[in-house]
Design a binder for this molecule. Structure first.
Ligand SMILES: [Zn+2]
Ligand SMILES: [Zn+2]
Length: 745
């Protein structure tokens, strides 16, 4: 027998090896094997097994299989092949980004002490306890309230010596002590489990029944769940995952960003306990290997994580949930394979014959269009859960506000300031969003007006006050502020303009000196621990005001937060991208959803310089249908998705003339241009120079009317860019290909 083996390299070539008899029963398609290659032993993946071999040269033998368990199931292997073909990435590269480098892990998770109440306890002992040992009684009461395992350390905030107290209770025969493994997650960043008693309303019940019915059919089914913010989507996820597990199947839950994972993962851990694995690129490699191994052996039944969790090796996947499917973080654009995890999820669903649920409060235009085209079944939660009401939304026209007050550098309007004061007095919490980090996003010369730019990227530097540095947000370049002079005229007087989150924080602190403020953006949350601890503290009401970028706008649930302020809603509105308005709408709509998620009524203040823009107006009225209607008309007129298939080919290189001549060569030689295909460019990318590399792009739009499944476009790109990774042809330059890119900037 022979095996074709692929390696994680920039080529599509595979190599044939013979399978030694002693390993024949342990080598399948998808097995990792150790093979001799240029006098070294390296790892590859078996991509085909065949009886005969047509290659006439010398054939080497596979040394041995690398793993004892099957690391890739057949449907997962089908998926890897599909990703390789659809996104034009060598299969070994795809497989390599999916499977951890080594599955042999010496990682040993820690053990944690838990307690559980025994059933049928002697009531007399308990009554006696109340009198003789009130502290033990207090702890016992909490333990006995619910039939679940409590972490011993969780009683730390009630008693000083929780372990001793629990041992006494155990000696009295009231509770059991259990050792449980501490599951690896992102620096222990999962929120403590939250238990909620949920009574489903009518809308939720309909949704649950439909999904559960589909789950029973063992067929591929896909749903778009459009639920307004606060409509109780997480509760639905938990219920349908419960149904899925009851049918002896497994489930994958994809969440867009690390900042969302903790709350939802905490809820899942509370309900399902130890069968929940957290999968994220920030796990240490030993933890990844350990987790992957436990998924392979079936110890984990549910995998929750960011986009790469879609490739987890669960067997018999019944349900895949993609929460906040419109989020751009589902698209991996920084490295190959460049893929959209939502689309990969739908494809995995079809290979596994499972149910796929993509959900959002603000579905992407693509998903909304798919529902209109009846390609996906539409489920709706039109009302907020329970007594939560929609917030009242105020729009502040910053231009006329400035004319009235005469303050032209005003960041916080009078109305927003009054509202903040009002909420502070009522001991309610406030969330302020400014979608720009740093202190001053632009620094200009007072004399000649030149912006201070990064020397390696054609990007303005942002002033960060805390370390007194000007920082490039795209490379690691930074420069100490004091040493700075204008790069054009050597003048040392500089103007700091624009408003970042740090500046908002300083202004608010000056205006409300007694308030307790926390900030969340890429700077404060370098580690996921940072994010979770900030969110936990805000959720425990240790802070009055949370200031942040769009990171704080989505998915989070703070019942006491009743005011959301958007400092500048126009940021991003005029970016040269077809998705610019969609993103602004989503930000405002989602941010509004943070206000008033319990019995208290919420308010939203939107500050804008474009109060008459239809996007801002529709977002204010929470009129999502009208927004889709307008936006779809624009997209159709300009032939953008969802009315066309899109591919972006990016050329990157350190030498501009060499790069441009390469692009011209490709463009000049384009073959097979068909009616319905638009070729745009070459044009400089929005970020024209990054890290000393120039960047240009060609964009291809293929009309769906002519190319309904995108097959023409894929064929065209494969044919014309098959040499996209040929080093001889490219020299120092690189070509990156993006199918269905999330943006053109
Ligand atoms: Zn100057
Ligand atoms: Zn830079």
């Amino acid at each position: 027998m022979f095996a074709d083996v692929a390696f994680p390299i920039r080529s599509f070539q595979t190599f044939t090896y013979s399978i030694p008899n002693e390993h024949a029963s342990n080598i399948y398609i998808g097995t990792r094997v150790s093979v001799p290659f240029r006098n070294k032993a390296i790892q590859g993946i078996v991509v085909n097994i065949k009886k005969n071999n047509s290659y006439l040269g010398p054939i080497k033998k596979i040394i041995e299989p690398v793993d004892k368990v099957q690391v890739i199931t057949l449907p997962l292997w089908d998926l890897i092949r599909w990703v390789s073909k659809y996104y034009m990435t060598p299969i070994g590269k795809v497989a390599n980004s999916v499977v951890p480098k080594s599955l042999s892990s010496n990682f040993q998770p820690q053990l944690e002490k838990h307690v559980k109440a025994k059933k049928n306890n002697n009531l007399d002992t308990v009554i006696k306890l109340k009198k003789t040992a009130p502290k033990q009684f207090l702890v016992y009461k909490i333990i006995s309230e619910k039939d679940i395992a409590h972490k011993v350390s969780s009683f730390k905030n009630i008693v000083s010596n929780p372990l001793q107290i629990c041992i006494s209770l155990k000696d009295k025969g009231l509770i059991k002590l259990i050792n449980k493994i501490k599951l690896p997650d992102i620096n222990q960043s999962v929120f403590e489990p939250v238990f909620k008693d949920i009574v489903f309303n009518r809308d939720q019940t309909i949704v649950i029944n439909k999904i559960s019915l589909a789950l029973k059919k063992n067929n591929f089914n896909s749903f778009l769940l459009h639920g307004v913010t606060g409509s109780g989507k997480t509760e639905i996820y938990i219920e349908v995952v419960r149904n899925c597990l009851a049918q002896k199947k497994t489930a994958i839950v994809l969440l867009p960003e690390i900042s969302l994972t903790p709350q939802i993962a905490g809820r899942f851990r509370a309900v399902f306990g130890d069968v929940v694995a957290i999968w994220h690129s920030k796990l240490k490699s030993s933890q990844r290997s350990w987790t992957w191994g436990k998924i392979c052996t079936g110890d984990f039944k549910i995998v929750i994580g960011a986009r790469s969790a879609i490739f987890s090796p669960l067997k018999n996947v019944g349900l895949i949930i993609v929460d906040e499917e419109q989020e751009s973080s589902f698209y991996q654009d920084s490295k190959e394979p460049r893929y959209h995890a939502r689309d990969v999820a739908l494809m995995r669903g079809s290979f596994e014959k499972s149910t796929v649920l993509v959900a959002s409060a603000t579905p992407s235009l693509e998903s909304y269009y798919n529902f209109q085209q009846k390609k996906i079944e539409y489920l709706r939660l039109p009302k907020r859960y329970g007594v939560a009401k929609y917030p009242k939304v105020h729009i502040v026209d910053m231009l006329s506000n400035q004319e009235e007050t005469g303050k032209f550098d005003q960041v916080i309007s009078g109305l927003l300031q009054d509202k903040i004061e009002e909420k502070l007095n009522k001991k309610e919490q406030i969330i302020l969003i400014q979608n720009r980090r740093g202190f001053s996003p632009t620094v200009k010369c007072n004399d000649c007006g030149a912006h201070v730019m990064c020397s390696q990227c054609k990007v303005a530097l942002t002033y960060h006050k805390n370390n007194n540095k000007l920082v490039c947000h795209f490379c690691s370049f930074s420069i100490v502020n004091d040493k700075l002079v204008c790069q054009e005229c050597r003048n040392s007087k500089l103007i700091y303009s624009g408003t970042g989150t740090q500046k908002v924080e300083q202004l608010i602190q000056q205006t409300f000196p007694k308030s307790k403020i926390c900030r969340l953006d890429m700077d404060t949350s370098k580690s996921s621990m940072g994010i979770t601890s900030v969110l936990k503290s805000f959720s425990n009401q240790e802070f009055d005001i949370l200031i942040g970028t769009q990171m704080v706008a989505k998915g989070l649930d703070f019942p006491n937060a009743t005011l959301v302020g958007i400092i500048n809603a126009d940021l991003g509105l005029y970016l040269p991208d077809f998705r610019a308005t969609e993103k602004v709408f989503q930000l405002i709509y989602q941010a509004s959803g943070r206000a008033g998620r319990s019995t208290k009524k919420g308010e939203v203040v939107i500050q804008t310089y474009s109060p008459n823009s239809s996007v801002i107006k529709n977002a204010k009225n929470l009129n999502i249908a009208k927004f889709y209607e307008n936006e779809l008309v624009d997209r159709e007129e300009l032939n953008y998705p969802p009315y066309s298939w899109l591919a972006k080919v990016e050329f990157v290189g350190p030498n501009q003339p060499s790069l441009l001549s390469l692009i011209e060569k490709f463009k000049h030689n384009l073959k097979g241009i068909y009616t319905g295909l638009d070729v745009l460019g070459p044009a400089p990318c929005f970020l024209e120079k990054l890290k000393n590399n120039y960047r240009f792009q060609l964009v291809f739009k293929s009309k769906k009317q002519i190319d309904p499944n995108g097959i023409y476009l894929h064929k065209f790109i494969r044919k014309n860019f098959k040499n996209y990774n040929n080093k001889k042809l490219l020299g120092q330059n690189k070509i990156n290909i993006y199918f269905d890119p999330i943006s053109l900037i």
